[in-house]
Design a protein around this ligand. Structure first.
Ligand SMILES: [Zn+2]
Ligand SMILES: [Zn+2]
Length: 258
């Protein structure tokens, strides 16, 4: 790929630009796919929302660069200096470690998101500066997934690159983590529940966040701060259950604050 004698600054710029393009394409593919599914299964849901969707896409393109740049740096360090805990040889760690590493990455991301997200809602100034952009989407759409103010995008973009230096992960498992992040980011905002009622109300559904749960955060602001799991919301009493607008409406869990 990049010749060995390329100056470091140019190599980093090129690889970060390439990652930015990959993140942007991923966004258009995933959001475009679920926007298409929305038009197909919930026709009219995004009627009259063109100005909002255009704004969401503009913010998301800035986020693509913010997500792409550190990802590019980590990739470059791994590829040229073997300087990270990413690995590509399946025998480096036992097979059981593969799903464990995926879970550790998701849980660490979820934990950081829960507490930083909750802090942004607890401090009005911080909310106005960093998080109001995301909540301008009322209601959110499949294009809201990466619609963040740059400060919030930086907060979200640094987690996986930092983890790559702390927790070993196979490249393919990192791909699984990023795929889950992409799909859940889009579907949790698209305005309808794609999972069957049976799953949403199952034992697993009581711990995993889907659209029914995150939609309620966009309605009420003061609850349901999690990203993938309901763990911190449940432990901290901020879980208010599902959106009342959705047909999966569910009573809140015990111990909630409201
Ligand atoms: Zn959201
Ligand atoms: Zn929020």
């Amino acid at each position: 790929m990049i010749p060995a004698d390329t100056p470091i600054w140019l190599a980093l710029l090129l690889v970060s630009a390439a990652m930015t393009v990959i993140v942007a394409v991923r966004y258009f593919l995933a959001s475009g796919l679920f926007a298409w599914a929305t038009a197909r299964f919930r026709p009219g849901l995004y009627d009259g929302m063109k100005p909002q969707i255009s704004r969401e896409i503009r913010w998301s393109m800035i986020s693509a660069f913010i997500y792409g740049a550190p990802a590019g740096v980590v990739f470059w360090l791994w590829r040229h200096h073997d300087f990270s805990l990413l690995y590509s040889d399946w025998s480096t760690y036992p097979v059981w470690y593969l799903p464990v590493s995926v879970f550790v990455y998701l849980f660490a991301q979820d934990t950081w998101f829960y507490w930083s997200h909750r802090a942004m809602h607890a401090h009005p100034r911080l909310f106005r500066i960093a998080h109001a952009v995301h909540h301008e989407s009322r209601p959110p759409t499949a294009w809201t997934a990466m619609s963040f103010h740059p400060i919030e995008a930086i907060s979200g973009a640094i987690v996986v690159p930092i983890l790559a230096f702390i927790v070993p992960i196979h490249l393919a498992m990192l791909g699984v983590v990023l795929t889950i992040a992409t799909i859940m980011g889009v579907t949790n905002h698209m305005g309808w529940e794609m999972f069957p009622r049976r799953f949403v109300h199952s034992v697993l559904g009581r711990w995993v966040i889907t659209a029914s749960h995150h939609e309620r955060h966009h309605e009420e602001y003061r609850c349901n701060f999690g990203l993938y799991f309901r763990f911190w919301d449940r432990v901290c009493g901020t879980d208010h259950g599902f959106s009342k607008r959705f047909d999966t409406a569910h009573p809140p869990v015990k111990g909630q604050t409201q």
